[in-house]
Design a protein around this ligand. Structure first.
Ligand code: AMP
Length: 116
């Protein structure tokens, strides 16, 4: 893991702006800067964990809080009736570009499967 701050840590520390939609003690959620759907929000833990592969058993509670935060974001943005997608890209083949664990919450259109 790189010792330097990722862009998401800079958002957490309010060093760069983001369109924040939800925050609690452990998680932060903000609109993706390059939305891939009418609603595209990233939900991140405030503590840096690189990705799903770097979760440990000790992170069990935080992993659950992250998923529940995604649920809350979807409720807040009125996605529940029509449905939505929650995605975590992990590593090179997963297409991860920011090395700070994040859930994509995508909604507002019909999603396709399989993803590209
Ligand atoms: P991933 O490719 O799964 O690592 O997702 C990283 C996401 O972060 C991409 O969808 C980017 O568009 C998004 N992103 C990068 N920089 C920012 C930023 N400053 N504010 C909001 N979203 C960002």
């Amino acid at each position: 893991m790189s010792p330097s701050k990722t862009i998401f840590e800079k958002i957490i520390d309010r060093e760069i702006p983001a369109d924040i939609v939800y925050e609690n003690e452990h998680c932060l959620a903000f609109h993706d800067i390059q939305p891939q759907a009418p609603v595209h929000v990233l939900v991140i833990p405030k503590r840096r964990i690189e990705n799903v592969a770097n979760l440990t058993d000790a992170d069990q509670a935080l992993a659950g809080k992250l998923l529940l935060a995604a649920r809350d974001v979807a409720q807040k943005l009125d996605l529940v009736d029509q449905g939505y997608r929650v995605v975590a890209n992990c590593g090179i083949d997963g297409g991860q570009s920011v090395d700070h664990l994040h859930l994509h919450v995508l909604g507002g259109r019909q999603m396709k499967w399989p993803p590209g």
